[in-house]
Design a protein around this ligand. Structure first.
Ligand code: PLP
Length: 360
């Protein structure tokens, strides 16, 4: 068997893949696969609006927000956000918690003025920075936060709530749909679907409607959030197959107790792994500080690089896929998104125990 711990694109629930095999290639006996339908046909509209409604329902998204299904990945959002919401006479504030925050800030600086509100870089991004609410400068257009840091394996235990009327924008690429979102304290949440919500090719953007009224109008239509909101994310041809899969993933979440149900399972998976790491007498060493640990990406090191290499080799031979750390920091990383079953985490923990007793 294969145990998929890839960081993204990553494991999808087996049940969904089976369902897709049955229904995607001859949708409702129409003789058409989902990939062959016109995106203006009633058949596809059912899939499209179905997916949008299910996303709203799973995350309990209030009516004050629009849900957009876009392309270009989270990386395009790094640029679209400042293009829409960073006027020349204002500055954007970025909370720096890893390389993705750095990329987001860099894009903002290519559009206008942006500053680091706080950073944990001095701590090699092993922890989440203090939000430094007092440091927000006058004339700040918005605050940007990366909720889960895929590479370092850190996650905000809770997003800061103290920013008052400042718009708060969240890159939730690697933890969306894993836990509830408090809509009172965020204004825009975005995420590529390829970790917790389906295949790549689609970016979910959930945006407070009133924000769009104040957005910069002086940009190409395709890069304006309003365009996509007005067009129900059908302004141009959407990634229809990926949206179909997103809908299936929402059904699967519903069947697993909705967002609270999946949060529960995710916590159990993460605790099992972290407990193993903590009780390994230092053989496995967690990369993130305990108060900042991610429930999605568990990063760890072994006593030496040689042992890490051997661990990864043996793991691979046993069917564990994707356990190597990101190329920028090395070490090991187990990504345990929604699609990774508890049993696979158990198998990994068993393997880690065994490897430890053979090599400690
Ligand atoms: N932000 C975070 C937190 C990520 O983990 C990633 C990708 O892994 C990205 C942004 C970039 O996403 P994309 O490849 O969809 O542009």
């Amino acid at each position: 068997s294969t145990f998929n711990f890839n960081a993204g694109p990553s494991a999808l629930p087996k049940a969904i893949l089976e369902k897709a095999q049955n229904s995607m290639f001859n949708y409702k006996k129409s003789g058409l696969s989902v990939m062959e339908m016109s995106h203006r046909s009633p058949l596809y509209e059912e899939i499209h609006f179905g997916a949008l409604n299910k996303v709203r329902s799973i995350l309990s998204i209030p009516e004050e927000f629009d849900i957009l299904l876009l392309q270009g990945g989270a990386s395009l959002q790094f640029a679209m956000i400042p293009m829409n919401f960073l006027p020349k006479d204002k500055k954007a504030a970025y909370l720096m918690s890893g390389s993705w925050s750095e990329k987001a800030l860099k894009e903002a600086r290519s559009i206008g003025q942006a500053y680091e509100l706080s950073t944990s870089k001095d701590n090699k991004y092993k922890s989440i920075p203090n939000p430094n609410v007092e440091g927000v400068e006058e004339n700040t257009a918005y605050i940007h936060i990366t909720s889960n840091n895929t590479i370092y394996g850190t996650q905000w235990p809770e997003l800061p709530k103290e920013f008052g009327n400042q718009p708060v924008f969240v890159d939730a690429s690697s933890d969306i749909f894993s836990q509830p979102i408090d809509w009172d304290h965020v204004d825009l949440v975005y995420a590529g679907a390829q970790k917790n919500a389906g295949p790549s090719g689609i970016t979910v953007v959930i945006i407070r409607k009133e924000l769009m009224e104040k957005a910069n109008k002086d940009i190409p239509a395709i890069l304006s959030y309003s365009t996509h909101a007005k067009g129900d994310s059908l302004y141009n041809t959407p990634p229809t197959a990926a949206i179909y899969m997103l809908g299936l993933m929402m059904d699967w979440l519903e069947e697993h107790g909705g967002i609270n149900g999946i949060q529960n399972i995710n916590e159990k998976k993460a605790s099992l792994l972290y407990q193993m790491i903590d009780e390994s007498n230092g053989f496995y060493k967690g990369h993130a500080t305990k108060d900042s640990r991610s429930k999605m990406n568990v990063t760890f090191n072994l006593p030496t690089e040689e042992l890490e290499k051997e661990f990864l080799n043996q793991a691979k031979a046993r069917g564990f896929v994707g356990l190597n750390g990101h190329r920028s920091i090395g070490g090991c990383r187990a990504s345990i998104y929604n699609g990774v079953p508890f049993e696979h985490v158990k198998k990994l923990v068993e393997f880690m125990e065994e490897f430890k007793s053979n090599n400690a």
